[in-house]
Design a protein around this ligand. Structure first.
Ligand code: ZN
Length: 433
């Protein structure tokens, strides 16, 4: 059980996560390279994080791991020598994975390399070109509209060369060898909800999990989207049966309602646990069925692995208007919502930790609760009593506590508490050998 005294309040956790987000924010993250490494170094201050590097060109399943990209500067000078776009102002200003360029060219030609969001003229878009060699800049439509005709000097001082694909991996050991996987992607630059929020939330969660006694072992992964999980799956294929539950965490701090996307299995324990927690959270929420698009759950749930991994977010990444633009900033993401996500994930972990299947040891007729002091209240029908009766009624070795909570409508915490009391009175025993 998660001891509430061992974790901060949602409000304090929200502030702590937002504080870490502010530190992570400016780092020039990309699919590979030093910005990603710096990000992992910050996370590694909170708990021991192994940095795993796999060379470019390695074949991982159907993929060839990409070259490593690093960038030092990128800018555009107008015909008057004025710097009109500078990577130092925002790391969104460059098309990620741009090949190096140093050129002087007229505006008409330069325009072919400029990306804007005409429908949001004050925002800088986020664009990548991971798998096609290109160079370019991203800027607001307003900036573009102000550019005078003439010849422009452009510079992208980048390196795209054989190097490493990097991810960070932490193992927080529990009593069991079986693992809960928490995975988030760390390849987006200064974009707050998608997905600095996911990195910071998972990191702060890991910090507190590391300090508490746990039943499961917890494996935390921070890496580039798609190729990070692919590389990890490829390197760990022979031990994947240890993964009993998993979540991909992203977009965790916007004002939208919490959203859960089921694993491909659809009825895995993690699907039931998250749905149960959201049901009893007291707020609005959405549960989506599996679909083969979205985030890293696509790799974990591909049919060759079929891991029980769902996806937790608030508004899913491509469904908020600020998505992949400079409007997805530190103001858009609020401590309040980060704290709420933190609380929900801890509640899910608490369900995973405490769930189990039990046997009623007095299944012939109801046991007499009164003589055991299990009727606490004077009148019958209190919620505590109801929970006791539900646990006794369904503990036939086929219903776990989650199923009892689902069917009774009583919160998992109350059901688990009732089961604990019945065990104390030798009315219930674990059905798992
Ligand atoms: Zn994204």
């Amino acid at each position: 059980m998660i001891d509430p005294a061992a974790v901060p309040s949602p409000a304090d956790a929200g502030e702590e996560i937002h504080e870490l987000m502010r530190e992570l924010w400016p780092l020039p993250r990309s699919l590979t390279g030093d910005g990603l490494r710096q990000t992992l170094a910050l996370v590694g201050r909170l708990f021991p994080l192994d940095i795993v590097e796999t060379p470019s060109g390695t074949a991982a399943f159907d993929w060839t791991l990409p070259r490593e990209w690093n960038i030092r500067e990128a800018w555009i000078d107008d015909p008057g020598g004025r710097r009109v776009v500078d990577f130092r102002d925002s790391n969104l200003h460059v098309l990620h994975y741009s090949v190096p360029v140093r050129a002087r060219l007229p505006l008409a030609e330069l325009r072919e390399h400029l990306f804007t969001l005409p429908e949001h003229p004050d925002r800088i878009p986020y664009r990548t070109s991971y798998y096609r060699e290109a160079w370019g800049f991203c800027l607001s439509q307003q900036q573009l509209d102000e550019l005078p005709d003439g010849d422009y000097d452009v510079c992208i001082d980048s390196t795209l060369a054989d190097g490493q694909v990097t991810y960070g991996e932490a193992m927080l050991p529990g009593e069991l060898e079986q693992e809960v996987l928490l995975s988030t992607y760390a390849c987006h630059p200064s974009l707050a909800n998608d997905n600095v929020s996911g990195i910071a939330l998972t990191a702060v969660l890991g910090k507190y999990l590391e300090r508490m006694p746990l039943r499961y072992s917890y494996r935390l992964l921070f890496g580039p989207g798609t190729i990070g999980p692919l590389t990890w799956l490829w390197r760990n294929e022979e031990r994947l049966d240890l993964i009993r539950h998993g979540l991909v965490v992203s977009s965790a701090g916007d004002p939208g309602a919490p959203t859960y996307k089921r694993s491909r299995r659809g009825d895995a324990d993690i699907d039931r646990a998250v749905t149960n927690v959201l049901r009893d959270s007291g707020g609005a929420f959405e549960v989506l069925d599996w679909s083969p698009w979205g985030g890293d759950e696509r790799q974990y749930c591909s049919p060759g692995f079929d891991l029980p991994v769902g996806a937790f977010s608030r508004t899913p990444a491509d469904r908020f208007p600020e998505y992949h633009s400079s409007a997805d900033d530190l103001e858009f993401v609020r401590p309040q919502f980060l704290g709420d996500s933190f609380r929900l994930l801890l509640d899910v972990i608490d369900v995973l930790e405490r769930n189990g299947t039990f046997l009623n040891l007095n299944p012939k007729g109801e046991p007499q609760l009164g003589k055991r002091g299990l009727y606490r209240s004077t009148g019958g029908g209190s919620s505590e009593e109801t929970a006791l009766l539900w646990v006794l009624s369904l503990s036939d070795g086929r219903h776990d506590l989650l199923a009892i909570s689902e069917r009774s409508g009583i919160s998992f915490a109350e059901i688990a508490e009732a089961a604990a009391r019945l065990r104390e009175h030798d009315l219930l025993a674990s059905a798992t050998p």
